[in-house]
Design a binder for this molecule. Sequence first.
Ligand code: CS2
Length: 504
Amino acid sequence: MNTRVPGHVVPRLSADLLHRLPETVARPGFAPRSLTTGILHLGCGSFHRAHQALATQHAMNQTGDARWGIAAVAINRPTIVDALRAQDNLYTTLLHEDGQARVEVVGALTETVHAPSDSIGVPNRIADPRVKIVTLTVTASGYCVSPVTGRLEADCPGVRHDVRHPTRPITPIGMLTQGLELVRRRGSTPPVVISCDNLCANGSTLRRAVIDFALLRDDHLAEWIARHVQFPNSVVDRIVQPTAPTDAAIARNWLGGIDDHAPVSAEPFMTWTIEDFEGERPQWELGGAQFVANVKDYELAKLRLLNGTHMLLAYLGGVAGHRTIAEATADPALAALARQFMLDEQGPTLALPGPELHRTVDDLMRRFRNPAIVQDMTRIGRNGSDKMIPRVVDALRDNIAAGRPTPGANLLIAAWIRWFTASHHPDAVMELIDPRADSLTELVDADPHRCAQAFLQRTDIFGTLPEAQRVQRQVGDALADLTRDGVDAAVRRRLAPEWEGSNR
Ligand code: CS2
């Protein structure tokens, strides 16, 4: 399929045109049409395409093992599926840093599937004996799990639907459970299910959710899943930009005038840490992954250092009027607070040796500053109520228990609360997107201390905090400072002398 522009026809990326790509563009080391599907992926978003799919291509390039093509399923919208199908499921990844880009066309997707209109049905695809691995990037909300109890929320509308119509599921949990039920009935070996979402204990959480869902249907199925299906935990890391209008033009330029309607921009940095499991798999370690016995330490470090600090920069930076994480990181007071937060608050709660912590923090400051990847405040700040416990509150608790001060966490929470009033302001740079937005907006109170108390008493977001009154007072003080004196003054007041004025 080609795009017509006045005067000439722009060819669309396709398997037949791979040989015409400029030398500067990396491409699959295999013929994409020769792959068979060994992986079924739920959630065909930018993150999957810039992370796991690219790692899988790199593994297959090196081993020549062509069994690991990916069938990627879009759970809701058909847009990405339509764009990819029109170009043989090929797309370009653009990895940007320091004014340079590494450009690669990915051919690891054998198929793209729009779940609601798929005639085969996702459960049947999961049960296909060639599929040895099912992976997921469906975001936290795709798990329908309570952030406090970690158990399936049975009254979530999607779950209610899937309980009534188990053979026509609309949620990832319902799809997986039905797929596994088909495997069980056929008596075949179940696929290994790997969550690649940025959640605490993502594999164990997914396992719990699937078993909880199966229990609503059939105790035997739940028991069989518990006994036979592996759900290894994994930790993923790469900052990926949602598709920007400029990406297509940048890609066309790199591809020598060939059009790609589904390019992805991301940073070059990537890690993927996966718990060892039994069974066949791509040699993902050749594509940048590592296999370990237990991911817990990696997970805590990722969630608390990167994602917690992302929240700090998004909420405070947003209140200060910065539109992106790069802009917020260029603000000297915020950069100093981000470092102090990682080294003095989040870091001491982790099992990271000092030099490694410092190296990670240096890397993160550089990654946050990358202006080529737009990390916009609305996206980084969204769904804060779901992210609070693993990224902020768990470390806050550890710090309270150890008697360490928590000025960064207090400010982060205060700035998040401030968003429930500030986002209505005409100059607001961040849209408030949160599953609990309505009930939280009702808690807004002109008195900062009463307001902080009402928010922090939400046990569905913060659990039960130790020394609750002291935390409420400190967050209330931070909210009062932010409201009265602005972000810069409120932040500088909480910087230890060694951080004041530093933008390292
Ligand atoms: C971000 C993450 O939106 C967010 O919550 O903090 O998507 C972050 O960019 C990734 O976890 C980086 O690996």
